[in-house]
Write a protein that binds this ligand. Structure first.
Ligand code: SAH
Length: 384
């Protein structure tokens, strides 16, 4: 048998398999790869924890499956609820390490001309325990990289948060912006993405999935060739030197190479690359920075948008966010030069769930199932 991902008990990890991989295993087990559709759907769309629970499959097959494959949910190590409706989920992995996911509701939305827009429920998902990229402003980087997450550990965050939502509510968007650098865990990430996009799996549209990266160029190119998901790039600086001071990976993949790659990357029609720009007072928030950002973005017009993220201050860093007026001026400058530019509203800061704050401590184990999430009753801050 091929080397399949396994659980600590030695069985194949069923939640780490794409549908074609499951078919291959079923073919080897009892010559029935055609059962993959039904069994895959049981794994992802019916809440089973063992194959014996599948009612429309012969009991001999169920026993064989349970002997060879296991389904292992993440253990809930608690939740933290923000006053703005954001919820941080803490998960304990089978080796005792912990990771986090953040649910970001954006309810009662309105379009710019005042009409109702569909609610958005975004989940920010982790791809690694810790991170190796060591961006100087990001707290997750302080942990270093402890290990990669398996496809099951990535997708189970989505599955289990979905199950904690009130009936009738569904996650609408997935952003790979939690702990870790997703493209540094490429193979396991892409397996997880295939499960997410499978109609019999997590059934999420590629239009609603975003992978964020510090700019690992070869992996960016590979991803763009293989899967039609949205790409976000953490830019955070406008010159080679400035970027090198906060993002060490720039020594390996220069800003110039990054911008050149973005100009030629194959993009499905209508898709734009999102450039995330964390604004730090006295570092990258001057109007000269805005001008340089315009110069970087102008060649990409029609294929790029900028997302300004005012820095989330924290006791571990002596970094300040610029004042609101500066952020607005900066945005206006980009808009005046025909560059799409939004400002990311800070969410969940009171529970350390905002960008760059993940990985700071975990609550004690409470239960294996997170409690139901309750939507906030008042209208929460609209995302600009
Ligand atoms: N490693 C990937 C995925 C993490 S996304 C990446 O860097 O893109 C997390 C985002 O939060 C990144 O854009 C990062 O630049 C940003 N970030 C990190 N610390 C922050 C902070 N304190 N305030 C605001 N944004 C922060």
């Amino acid at each position: 048998m091929q080397h399949w991902p396994t659980l600590p008990d030695g069985r194949i990890d069923a939640r780490s398999l794409t549908r074609p991989q499951l078919a291959e295993i079923l073919g080897e087990l009892d010559g029935r790869p055609d059962r993959a559709r039904r069994i895959f759907q049981w794994i992802w769309q019916h809440n089973i924890s063992a194959f014996s629970e599948m009612t429309n499959i012969a009991s001999r097959t169920r026993r064989k499956l349970d002997a060879a494959l296991g389904i292992q949910p993440l253990l809930s190590a608690g939740v933290l609820d923000s006053t703005d409706g954001t919820r941080k989920y803490l998960w304990r992995l089978s080796d005792g390490k912990t990771i986090e996911s953040v649910l970001i509701p954006d309810l009662n939305r309105r379009t710019s001309d005042g009409r109702n827009a569909p609610d958005r429920l975004t989940l920010c998902v982790s791809s690694q325990v810790g991170c190796a990229m060591k961006c100087s402003f990001c707290l997750t980087g302080d942990m270093g990289l402890l290990r990669n997450l398996t496809p099951a550990e990535i997708t189970s965050q989505i599955l289990q948060v979905q199950r904690s939502l009130p009936d009738g509510m569904r996650l609408t968007n997935i952003v790979m912006m939690g702990m870790g650098e997703p493209l540094h865990n490429y193979d396991q990430l892409t397996t997880a993405l295939r499960i997410m996009m499978d109609g019999l799996g997590l059934n999420l549209s590629h239009r609603r999935i975003t992978v964020s990266t510090v700019g690992l160029i070869p992996a960016m190119k590979k991803l763009a060739d293989e899967l039609p998901v949205n790409l976000a790039i953490s830019l955070n600086a406008t010159t080679e030197e400035q970027r090198r001071t906060v993002m060490p990976l720039t020594k390996r993949y220069s800003l110039a190479q990054l911008m050149e790659t973005c100009a030629t990357l194959p993009l499905p029609t209508g898709k734009r690359i999102a450039f995330e720009y964390v604004m730090m007072a006295g570092f990258n928030a001057s109007m000269a920075d805005a001008e340089r950002l315009v110069a970087l973005m102008t060649p990409l017009v029609g294929r790029a948008k900028v997302n300004l993220i005012p820095y989330n201050e924290n006791p571990d860093r002596d970094i300040r966010r610029p004042d609101d007026l500066r952020v607005l001026d900066f945005q206006q400058h980009l808009i005046n030069h025909s560059i799409h530019c939004s400002i990311r509203t800070t969410r969940g800061r009171d529970i350390s769930a905002a960008c760059g704050q993940l990985g700071k401590g975990a609550a004690p184990l409470t239960s294996s199932v997170p409690p139901r999430w309750v939507p906030p009753t008042s209208t929460v801050g609209l995302t600009t």
